[in-house]
Structure formats: C-alpha cells, structure tokens
Design a protein around this ligand. Structure first.
Ligand code: HEM
Ligand SMILES: *[C@@H]1O[C@H](CO)[C@@H](O)[C@H](O)[C@H]1NC(C)=O
Ligand SMILES: *[C@@H]1O[C@H](CO)[C@@H](O)[C@H](O)[C@H]1NC(C)=O
Length: 336
C-alpha cells in the first residue's frame, strides 16, 4: 500500500481484490482521476489542508494578486503531463529544458507559496503530501479567498518525475487561439466547452502582460479583420496602459474594477466587447460558447457553483496515483 493512502482506498482495494479473487497488485494507469478521494489525508496528515490554507491565506494577505497566480498554476500544471506538479520542477535528471521555461508558461508564478506550504508539511508529516495535491488545494483556497464558494478537493495525486518544455506544445492554448482550438485541447483532457467557458471566468482576476494582447491594439486594420468586437474606448485605455514607446512589457489587470475578485464580471465584460485577450473575446463568435457566456453573465450563483465543479474536473486530469511517481520532498526537484 502506497504511503498516504487513506482508509477508503484500502477498503476499495480490498473489495476489488476480493472480487478478482487474486493477490494481483492493482496498478493504475495515468488516469481519469477517479481514484482520488476527499479527506485523503485524514489519517496520514490530518492538518494537511489547514496547513496549506494558512500558507495561502498568509501569502494572499500580503499580496492579493497571488491568488490568481495559484489558480493559473493548477491549470498549467494539469494540462501538461497531467496534475503531477511537473510545472514546479526547476531541473530534472534528464537535463532537458523544463516546462516552466516554455513561452506558453510566461508569467506563471506563485511557486514560493507552494514551497512554504511544503516546508511546513514536511515538518508536520514528512514524505506524505504530494506537491501535486498542494497545487490543487492551494488553487482551491485561493479561489475561496477571492469569492468562490468552498468546494471539496479529491486528493491522492502523486508527483511526476519528468518536466519537458516541449510537452507544453499543443497542450496550452494561446491568447491568439480561437474557440475550436481551445475546445479541442479541452476535449483531449476530458473537459468540454462548458468547462472551458466556466474556467475562463478566472480571467476576472490577476494580470496579463501587454505582450499577450497588444497586437490587438497596434495593428488596427489587422485587428478589424480578426477582432471586430474589441470596444474602441477599452482599446484606447489599454493603449495608455501598454505604451509602445519603450521595450518594457507592462502588466495590466484582467479586471480593472475588481482586480482581485474572482467574480462573473468576466462574462459581462465580454458581452461589452471588453475581453482582454483575443481568446476571451472570441467566445462570442461561437454560438454555443456565446450562450454559456450569457448564462454566466446573468447568473453569478450558477457560475460560482459551476466554477468549483470545473476546478475539481480540472484537478483529475491525467493524475498519477497508487505507486506511480513519487511524493517529492522538495517541490522543485525530484527525489535523489
Ligand atoms: C483556455 C484558454 C486560455 C488561454 C488562451 C489563457 C491565456 C492566458 C494568458 C495569455 C494570461 C496572461 C499571461 C501573462 O501575460 O502574464 C493568462 C492569465 C491567467 N489565466 Fe489564463 N488562459 C486560458 C485558460 C485559463 C484557465 C482554464 C484558467 C483557470 C483554470 C486560467 C487562469 C488564469 C489566471 C488566474 C490568470 C492570471 C494569472 C496571474 O495573475 O498571475 N486561464 N491566461
Ligand atoms: C481556428 O484556428 C485554427 C488554427 O489557427 C484554424 O485552422 C481554424 O480554421 C480556425 N477556426 C475558425 C473557426 O476560425
Ligand atoms: C500586425 O499583424 C501582422 C500580421 O498578423 C504581424 O506580422 C505584425 O507583427 C503585427 N504588427 C504588430 C505591431 O503587432
């Protein structure tokens, strides 16, 4: 039995073994995440979720912007090689460039919060809580700190041993992606258009570099051709925030009115032509996506509930469980 397995999974495995009538070892494939369960650390590290929440709350109190970073961190972890904390690795034994060095991961941050939680967890219950689970809990706590209703995280993920920048290719959508490209990537991960539109609501907090969208501002004829719905006044304010006068890449808030609230304003903004990224605004051009955007814009409670559910589904993407991978001692390095 793997370290960290709780009573539920022991019971489940016992039943499976009895049914199979054999002593065959049960191994999981990189899976659909249905071997995860809530209160996973109840016996092995009862304080785990409290410790992580405290570390997240301390960080968010010092810098509210860090909450958005933690939500994005889980998305970028899960879509490349599954939710296995591979995005945290600074180097791997293979010495190949790691995921975080890929241009698709520009601006990804929040690593020090995960490190702080891990350090405290290693003191409390060494070698028990995976970095991949810390990422998932931290994203939940950051969402809840920013306005999302509490939701329970199924856990039991194990940490991956590899991280390769080239694996980001085709797995992380670009700010210039259209709906079919984004929806295709989500489908490959077992998520649907509803999940895509629901999770994109997290572009209602946090920041973007100007370089992720400024081609929409400074290429007017081009923009008109591909981007008819950018509000003119909004474009004007963005030009002020993203001057082309020097080489610096400034940052702007996705939502300049409630920059640190995770709320459904994202959908209202899109309806008004004020989506920051092309990939946000383009949702209106797909009839099905447009319908979901409209529903989310007018029913904040529904969106709030759906957001938690979609985050749970995101967190099940291609997870490692059982004896796969390892429980890292330090989140930035595989165990020696
Ligand atoms: C599906 C297509 C998506 C695209 C094309 C996309 C693209 C981007 C881009 C370009 C940025 C700004 C990066 C920068 O310039 O610094 C960003 C930020 C962000 N994204 Fe997405 N994203 C997508 C989906 C998601 C999803 C599904 C989530 C959450 C589950 C998410 C959460 C965030 C958050 C919270 C930020 C702000 C991060 C911060 O403040 O550090 N995004 N995204
Ligand atoms: C979406 O983008 C892809 C890749 O750039 C392109 O092949 C496709 O035709 C586009 N689809 C739509 C509906 O614009
Ligand atoms: C304008 O659009 C063209 C074609 O997409 C691109 O090659 C060029 O770099 C863009 N210019 C700016 C200033 O973004």
């Amino acid at each position: 039995m793997a370290v960290g397995d709780g009573p539920l999974s022991i019971a489940t495995l016992t039943v499976i073994c009895m049914v199979l009538g054999s002593s065959a070892t049960v191994t999981y494939g990189r899976g659909d995440g249905h071997h995860l369960h809530v209160q996973y650390y109840k016996n092995t590290c009862p304080q785990a979720e409290n410790i992580i929440r405290e570390a997240v709350m301390e960080a968010v109190t010092l810098d509210p912007g860090v909450a958005a970073a933690l939500v994005r961190l889980q998305f970028h972890d899960c879509f490349v090689n599954g939710c296995d904390a591979s995005i945290l690795l600074e180097e791997t034994p293979s010495r190949e460039p790691v995921e975080v060095t890929s241009p698709s991961n520009v601006g990804v941050r929040g690593f020090e919060v995960i490190d702080e939680a891990k350090t405290r967890l290693e003191k409390e219950c060494p070698g028990t809580v995976s970095c991949a689970d810390i990422v998932a809990f931290a994203a939940r706590d950051a969402s809840v700190a920013s306005g999302i209703r509490h939701y329970l995280i199924p856990a039991g993920r194990r940490d991956g041993l590899a991280s390769r920048a080239i694996d980001t290719k085709g797995n992380l959508p670009k700010p210039s992606s259209n709906v079919s490209v984004m929806a295709n990537i989500f489908t490959k991960k077992g998520l649907n258009l509803h999940d895509l539109v629901t999770l994109l609501g997290s572009h209602s907090f946090g920041v973007s570099h100007c370089s992720s969208f400024d081609y929409r501002l400074y290429n007017f004829s081009q923009m008109e051709a591909m981007d008819p719905q950018l509000d003119m006044l909004f474009a004007f304010t963005l030009k002020l925030a993203c001057p082309k006068v020097d080489k610096r890449d400034f940052k702007v808030h996705f939502d300049y009115i409630t920059p640190n609230r995770l709320d459904n304003f994202y959908y209202l903004r899109i309806l008004y032509g004020k989506g920051l990224l092309y990939s946000d605004q383009v949702l209106l051009e797909d009839p099905q996506a447009r319908e979901i955007v409209a529903r989310m814009a007018f029913d904040p409670d529904y969106w709030n509930m759906e957001f938690g559910k979609a985050m749970i589904r995101l967190g099940r993407t291609d997870v490692l469980t059982g004896t796969q991978g390892e429980i890292r001692r330090q989140c930035r390095f595989v165990n020696q």
